[in-house]
Design a binder for this molecule. Structure first.
Ligand code: XIL
Length: 319
């Protein structure tokens, strides 16, 4: 059947997908939509594989939520982007404020990655090994890993993940790296850093949490994707949503449809842009209103699980 994933695959991409979360999986109408592989060939767990869920206390691993999402994807025949191993947020306080020295924190980091990647071995098309390591000006974001280990925490993380699952594609993932600028350059430098250590990095994820009307142009996004590809890595659009002031005006929805099409067009234009994920598919479960007050209506399906025809069709026809 025709749909977002069908069109993306016809354009040579590996998938069009959506994020989801465990609390949503009891909503049967929602799950029916998510499981429609004409639209979604891939799922990303929105929270289930983050450190605070997986290893809430040192050495205690909890995979129930991650397993539930992988099981749904496998039942549907969908790929999984596993998200995320090393991030400053949703990181339990035992790691964040544990006061560990360099050698101890390296061993905690390696143990976490080895345990989690081994658990999901063979089930993850991609792993977001490191998430949001950068500030807006391109400097490294201060976090317990950077502050204790230095930038080498990144190649250490990638090398450790590669050992545990040699077949998963290993990604660096961040936001505001979707067009040229200091942060995109810094993300390219992370690729080079990991490569310079002889560690494997396969891809860069552009989160693409955009705002209606101030989204980078298709040409700017295409040029930027090509700059990453030139380093020998692939690219995926990993968390696209395009928010606006709520309630959305008709004009905003029209602009939003164009903005979605621009990112699809950029990914379509570059063979090594391999996949495309929206950060859930319905406004019913979008993270936006809880974080950006007064903003929302960011996804192609409304809060009643009804397709916004203008936005959906713009995505469909941009492939
Ligand atoms: C968000 C989830 O969607 C929310 O449910 C959670 O409360 C906070 O995290 N960048 C990322 C994602 O890489 O992990 C974030 O997901 C959204 C921003």
């Amino acid at each position: 059947a025709d749909g977002l994933n069908t069109r993306a695959v016809a354009a040579g991409k590996e998938y069009f997908g959506s994020a989801t979360d465990n609390g949503e999986l009891t909503d049967t109408a929602y799950v029916t939509g998510l499981s429609n592989t004409a639209d979604f060939g891939q799922i990303t767990p929105g929270n289930a594989m983050k450190w605070d869920t997986i290893e809430p206390s040192r050495g205690t691993f909890s995979y129930t939520k991650g397993d539930a999402i992988v099981a749904l994807a496998q039942k549907n025949g969908q790929k999984v982007r596993c998200h995320t191993l090393v991030w400053y947020s949703q990181l339990p306080s035992w790691v964040k404020t544990g006061g560990f020295d360099n050698a101890t924190l390296i061993s905690i980091l390696k143990n976490h990655i080895t345990e989690e990647v081994t658990h999901f071995k063979g089930q993850c098309l991609h792993w977001d090994v490191a998430n949001e390591a950068l500030n807006e000006d391109g400097t490294y974001r201060s976090n317990v890993f950077y502050d204790t280990i230095g930038p080498a925490y990144l190649p250490i993380a990638f090398a450790t993940a590669a050992l545990a699952d040699p077949d998963a594609k290993l990604y660096y993932n961040d936001y505001n790296i979707e067009s040229a600028g200091a942060k995109s350059t810094a993300a390219q430098n992370i690729v080079k850093l990991v490569q310079s250590y002889g560690a494997k990095i396969d891809g860069v994820g552009m989160q693409a949490h955009f705002i209606v009307g101030s989204t980078p142009s298709q040409a700017a996004q295409t040029t930027n994707i090509n700059a990453f590809v030139a380093l020998g890595v692939e690219v995926a659009i990993t968390e696209l949503d395009i928010r606006t002031t709520t309630p959305a005006t008709a004009a905003a929805v029209t602009q939003q449809a164009k903005d979605y099409a621009a990112t699809v067009g950029a990914c379509k234009a570059v063979a090594k842009c391999v996949g495309f994920t929206i950060w859930d598919y319905t406004d019913k479960y979008s993270w936006i209103p809880s974080v950006f007050s007064g903003q929302g209506a960011a996804l192609p399906w409304d809060a009643d699980l009804v397709k916004k025809a203008e936005v959906y069709d713009a995505i469909l026809n941009a492939w």
